[in-house]
Design a protein around this ligand. Structure first.
Ligand SMILES: Nc1nc2c(c(=O)[nH]1)N[C@H]1C(S)=C(S)[C@@H](COP(=O)(O)O)O[C@H]1N2
Ligand SMILES: [Mo]
Length: 179
């Protein structure tokens, strides 16, 4: 018969074992996180606080890799487009997950070296899209592509203001995950 004392000892031993077993496996998890290597031109480069890399200190994505992630779309007006186009692409959160990212904020960097800081909370609580398509068509650099940060303004009219316009980086080339 199991007395309360031996039960608690048993639980303690199990907790210790779990800890001892879990610890060595927890650390290499990052290294094991797999991220395919891009076959085509790299259009997005994540750096900083990321676990999954496929280049020196970076997680690089070509268009096919971004297309392979779950897609989100939103139909919305923006200050930069006529009418209400349909924007589609992976969400910022999806891309962060693919790169095993964890941090407090993101620095979104554009081809022209403009950059804006996005609080991690935006990525976690708003389906912000890294749009790779407008009405199903790829976005040329001339049209502020290949990636345009799109907040779902029509779904969330409260976001339609300068704070979020400033975070709506176009010609996105990189995301630095800030610890
Ligand atoms: N690539 C890039 N994205 C950018 C900017 C920029 O200069 N370059 N400016 C940002 C800021 S601060 C704002 S308010 C809006 C400005 O858009 P507008 O220049 O069309 O008014 O875009 C944002 N996205
Ligand atoms: Mo701005």
């Amino acid at each position: 018969m199991t007395t309360p004392r031996t039960l608690s000892l048993d639980l303690t031993r199990r907790a210790l074992c779990a800890g001892l077993v879990a610890a060595p496996f927890a650390a290499p998890r990052a290294a094991r996180a797999s991220l395919a290597r891009p076959a085509g031109p790299v259009i997005l480069r994540l750096t900083g606080a990321i676990d999954a890399t496929n280049a020196e200190g970076a997680a690089e994505f070509d268009l096919a890799m971004l297309d392979a992630l779950p897609q989100r779309e939103t139909v919305t007006a923006t200050p930069w487009h006529e009418g209400r186009p349909r924007f589609s692409g992976p969400t910022v959160a999806t891309v962060l997950e693919a790169a095993g990212a964890g941090g407090s904020a993101l620095r979104i960097v554009a081809l022209n070296d403009y950059s804006a800081e996005m609080p991690m909370d935006d990525a976690l609580s708003i389906p912000v899209i890294l749009a790779t398509r407008i009405d199903g068509q790829g976005i040329s650099v001339r049209d502020k592509g290949p990636i345009f940060v799109i907040y779902p303004f029509d779904e969330r009219p409260d976001l339609f203001n300068e704070v979020y316009f400033g975070r709506s980086v176009w010609q996105v080339a990189g995301i630095e995950v800030l610890a």
